[in-house]
Design a binder for this molecule. Sequence first.
Ligand SMILES: [Zn+2]
Length: 193
Amino acid sequence: MILEIVFKEATHDCWLFSSENSDQALSLKEVVKPFQCHSCPKFPEEHAISRIGPDLAFETTKSCKAFITHDDWFIVGREISESIRQYTNCKTVPVNKPETWFALLPEQYPVDIKVSGFEYSGVRCKSCGRWEEAVVGPLVGSIAMPEKHDLFWTSDVHNESAKGARPRLWCKKSDKKKMYSLFDNSVKFDEAW
Ligand SMILES: [Zn+2]
């Protein structure tokens, strides 16, 4: 049985890729703009995180150890980042200076689009191929898992809203205890579908 790992804490004022000005209008951070598709507002998120790193200048008033940003990315503190690096193949990328917060980039396994369960809406970009919205999927059964898979993982195609990708994390039910310990009790679990 597979479970979806859900972070207990969500931030409603913290964005990884955008910033809010004083009248709460949201704009994409300058450092992210060069990665944007030339035909639509989207950009390859994981690639941008790896390339930009601490210059994303992520800020939060939160003091918890792990949370999901308002643009749906997983952020962990240094201690959790170090355990994750020790026990998994997951990449953790510093996203602020000094380096106290890290974005999680788990191993990605391929989705069989035909059985992924995605329901698309809006326009599909002719340049980058991404839909404005891709909801419901990917169903966990559409992800091709290698025999030796990581302790937790994500898919190579994400669910997405008009804001961009909404990656998800999965693990085996038998590894639930390990996840509590790895994420210092800052996660809960949903049954995966
Ligand atoms: Zn595009």
